[in-house]
Design a protein around this ligand. Sequence first.
Ligand SMILES: Nc1ncnc2c1ncn2[C@@H]1O[C@H](COP(=O)(O)OP(=O)(O)O)[C@@H](O)[C@H]1O
Ligand SMILES: [Mg+2]
Length: 286
Amino acid sequence: MTTTAAATTAPVLTATGVTMRFGGLTAVRAVDLTVHRNQIVGLIGPNGAGKTTFFNCLTGLYTPTEGTVTYRDTVLPPKPHLVTQAGIARTFQNIRLFANMTVLENVLVGRHTRTKEGLLSALLRGPAFRRAEKASEDRAMELLAFTGLAAKRDHLARNLPYGEQRRLEIARALASDPGLLLLDEPTAGMNPQETRDTEGLVLAIRDQGTAVLVIEHDMRFIFNLCDHVAVLVQGEKLVEGTPETVQRDERVIAAYLGTPFEGAPGEAEAAEVQAAEAHAAEETDR
Ligand SMILES: Nc1ncnc2c1ncn2[C@@H]1O[C@H](COP(=O)(O)OP(=O)(O)O)[C@@H](O)[C@H]1O
Ligand SMILES: [Mg+2]
């Protein structure tokens, strides 16, 4: 089993007791989460559960009120550029691209944390700079080929269809050579075909050595892809385990339906349908 094998490998991410308060609201409460090398881990939960806030704590966008985030063996300072430099990249729930830059330029921007050439060298445009620039462009083109966007290299980002913009965001995130990629609702707004393509892409990312932590509402996507799934409800981790364990858990079902779980599955639903049918029959009788 993937999970057992992965569990014996070193963790890439260890979040310990992460809590985020905004005034009186505790958006994330004492969340522990581990992602191992070669794992795809899913983070699910109803809207407002604190999933994006948790990502923001992991990536240094927010300074957690309590808790620590460790990448490999290093406790991360809550500064986005240092987190990226350490090896964590992310995409956003609302696409963030440079709309008026080309596809290639967007990926080159993501590459910049991994190039050593300084500002002076860039201004002088000497041979070392040009070599580095060529290497960056080669790597960026590899990533565009990997994400299926090579033919669009000179298109402006804003002219890409929505699904391709999402993929470009992934290409840009990969340009920093991350050991861990965080994806916040990567298939939101996609059609079924684009969603299946994104599944393939996420698997390929994991297979080439980058662990993935993904927030997603599409349960088929989550349960197809993930080695491990954690469920966040009202800021707290309610359940975690294999997709099978999480799918069967009554508390998870209850959290999604928004009602306490009672009796046989589907009983309440069946009663509702019956009531609606009875009501409809009454209406036609009138
Ligand atoms: N910067 C912020 N200031 C105040 N409240 C916030 C902030 N960011 C998120 N929240 C609140 O935290 C809760 C969790 O939000 P979020 O993390 O976006 O949930 P999810 O991604 O699971 O839908 C919500 O109640 C939201 O309004
Ligand atoms: Mg969110």
